[in-house]
Design a protein around this ligand. Sequence first.
Ligand SMILES: [Zn+2]
Length: 110
Amino acid sequence: MADTWVTDITHFLDDNGEMIVEPLQARKLAEYFAAIVMLASHPDVDNPLGYQVLCRRKPNRKPCKESIACWIDPESDDIFWICPKCQDRGTISNWRDTLWDMSDLEEIFH
Ligand SMILES: [Zn+2]
């Protein structure tokens, strides 16, 4: 079974609640997780933002690039995400009230 990424999104924030800039590798990861947070927290589930998050794994050095599936786990309130192809998966906690929390948009859509 593939490893599960357990991510606390606040580890990627600086004191002002903004995304860290360096080290570069952490920044790249932060952008990846932030995109997942936006997608999963967006209230319009059909096609949230018109974009997808592509898997960043490279099994056998070949980029997977499958579209990541993600949703909010109703029990833990963490975001759960998984790559349907290579099974890379993880959870993201403490995402509420970050810059990428889209759940406030609910009023607009409903
Ligand atoms: Zn994948």
